[in-house]
Design a protein. Structure first.
Length: 248
């Protein structure tokens, strides 16, 4: 009901501003192209009338169909432009200082882009789970981080925000710290239980979900290989098709 009221309000606003005239001009232009464009539908119909006299109701339905299709082609580009959509674009690693002297952290972040012309409200990111690769089993194993955690946005440290068109933001997934060999998700529930011990050569997979209000969620699986030093991390996006299916 709320969407219907919002749509009716937008329609009335368009009438008040005189946009309805521009709309009908656009519909007429598309209808003319459908009849006399590359499809030459109008020529075919004109030829048929030379041999068969169509009844009024057939002509009425034909005209209504042409204007219905024309209205769809006018509506569709605007619908796509303003349909909420986001994209997970790239991975980033950023060094940040801490309150302790000569102690640094390195954050792993994913760049989230608003891929539409309307703001994305209530944009949130969640860490679904973290898995560790087992050479013995040749498969991913569960870790203690096996339940959903709300991640925080870079520079804001909040779990939810509005993502503006052209105003891309980074979602912080986890960080490593200079004096600790641990992978710790960037969440407001930070504790020892919420971090994973790691060692050189360890391979982990972070399953991440990002969504917004009235927007389809996007999924990402991040493969992390730990190097020989605390900040040597090799990052790779891996397939997430199965993740998207099982997380609905």
């Amino acid at each position: 009901m709320l969407k219907f009221r919002e749509g009716w309000h937008s329609f009335r606003e368009g009438l008040d501003k005189g946009h309805i005239r521009e709309y009908w001009i656009a519909v007429w232009g598309h209808a003319w192209e459908i009849l006399w464009g590359a499809g030459v539908i109008g020529l075919v119909c004109t030829g048929l009338t030379l041999y068969y006299a169509p009844s009024r109701w057939i002509l009425g339905w034909a005209v209504a169909w042409v204007f219905l299709v024309a209205g769809y082609y006018v509506w569709r580009p605007y619908h796509l432009r303003f349909t909420p959509k986001l994209e997970l674009c790239s991975l980033h690693m950023v060094y940040t200082p801490t309150n302790a002297p000569n102690l640094q952290r390195r954050f792993v972040q994913v760049l989230v882009k608003c891929a539409t012309e309307c703001p994305l409200e209530e944009c949130t990111g969640q860490l679904l789970k973290v898995s560790k690769w087992s050479e013995r089993k040749g498969d991913w194993e569960h870790t203690a981080l096996d339940e959903l955690l709300d991640l925080l946005w870079s520079n804001k440290d909040v779990p939810s925000l509005t993502l503006e068109p052209g105003g891309d933001r980074r979602l912080s997934v986890f960080f490593v710290q200079q004096d600790l060999w641990r992978l710790e998700p960037w969440t407001d529930r930070r504790s020892l239980r919420m971090s994973l011990p790691c060692s050189p050569g360890g391979v982990f997979r972070f399953d991440v979900r990002v969504a917004a209000k009235d927007c389809r969620a996007e999924y990402m699986s991040l493969k992390v290989t730990v190097g020989q030093t605390w900040d040597a991390l090799n990052l790779e996006m891996i397939g997430n098709e199965d993740l998207a299916k099982t997380s609905h």
